[in-house]
Design a protein around this ligand. Structure first.
Ligand code: GLU
Length: 221
C-alpha cells in the first residue's frame, strides 16, 4: 500500500483545530531598542484573534524573557544566575506585552511556565495537561515559556523550539508552527552556507534530514 502523502503546510494550517505557535525572540524583540516589537506583535495578535473567531484553539510559546530582561537591566550575556535574573525581570515585561496585545480582541492571556521536569515526570505532565485543557475550555490563550528563573543548565530545555514540541504533545495539538527569522528548513545554515537550499516540505524524517539539524540559535539566550 502506498504511504499517505504528507499534507502541504497550507492544508495542515487550514485543518488544524488546535495549534501551538512558537515565537522566537528575534521576531518579538526589536534588536535596536531591546523592547517588544509592538507593531509586529499587534499584527500577530490579530491573526490569533482571527483563528479564535474560526473556533480554533491557540497556544502560544513565547521567547523573549531573557532578551527583555537584559534590555531593562542593561546587561549583556554573563553568568547563568545573571541570565536567570534577566529572565525574572523580562518575563513580567513579556506577559504585559501579550496581555496588551490580546486584550483589545477580548482575549484572556494566561502565563504557563514549564521546566523540563514538568514535561518528563508523568504526574507533573498530567497536571500541566489538565491545566492547559482547563484554560482552553475557558477560551483563554495560554502563553508558555520555560521557567528560566529556576531551570538550571542541567535541567533546562534552553531552547523554546524543543519546549514548543513538548507543549504540542502535551496539548495534543494538531499543528505546531515555529515562527522565527529563518523561513523554514534548510539543507545547511543559510547564514553561513551560500549553497544552503530551502526545503518547503519534508514528508519523512530520515538520517539525511536529521543530519541537517545543528545547534540552537543565538537567541536561545
Ligand atoms: N526561554 C528563553 C526566553 O524567554 C528563550 C529560549 C529560546 O529562545 O529558545 O528568553
Amino acid at each position: 500500500m502506498a504511504a499517505e502523502a504528507a499534507p502541504s503546510p497550507a492544508t495542515a494550517l487550514a485543518h488544524a483545530r488546535r495549534l501551538v505557535v512558537k515565537i522566537g525572540s528575534s521576531l518579538l524583540i526589536d534588536a535596536a531598542t531591546r523592547a517588544v516589537a509592538r507593531d509586529w506583535l499587534a499584527s500577530l495578535a490579530q491573526d490569533i484573534a482571527d483563528l479564535r473567531q474560526q473556533g480554533r484553539e491557540v497556544i502560544v510559546v513565547s521567547s523573549g524573557a531573557v532578551a527583555l530582561g537584559r534590555g531593562r537591566l542593561n546587561t549583556t550575556p554573563g553568568r547563568l544566575q545573571d541570565k536567570q535574573a534577566a529572565a525574572a525581570v523580562g518575563q513580567t515585561l513579556l506577559m504585559h506585552a501579550w496581555e496588551e496585545a490580546l486584550a483589545p480582541h477580548g482575549l484572556i492571556t494566561a502565563q504557563v511556565l514549564l521546566t523540563r521536569d514538568d514535561t518528563e515526570r508523568r504526574r507533573r505532565w498530567l497536571n500541566a495537561r489538565a491545566t492547559v485543557e482547563a484554560l482552553l475550555a475557558h477560551g483563554v490563550v495560554p502563553v508558555v515559556n520555560e521557567n528560566d528563573t529556576v531551570a538550571t543548565e542541567e535541567i533546562r530545555y534552553g531552547d523554546n523550539d524543543r519546549l514548543a514540541a513538548r507543549a504540542a504533545q502535551l496539548a495534543r495539538a494538531d499543528l505546531l508552527v515555529l515562527l522565527s527569522d529563518v523561513d523554514g528548513l534548510y539543507t545547511a545554515d543559510p547564514r553561513r552556507d551560500p549553497e544552503a537550499r530551502h526545503l518547503p516540505l519534508v514528508e519523512s524524517l530520515g538520517p539525511d534530514i536529521l543530519g541537517m539539524a545543528s545547534g540552537a540559535n543565538a537567541d536561545a539566550g
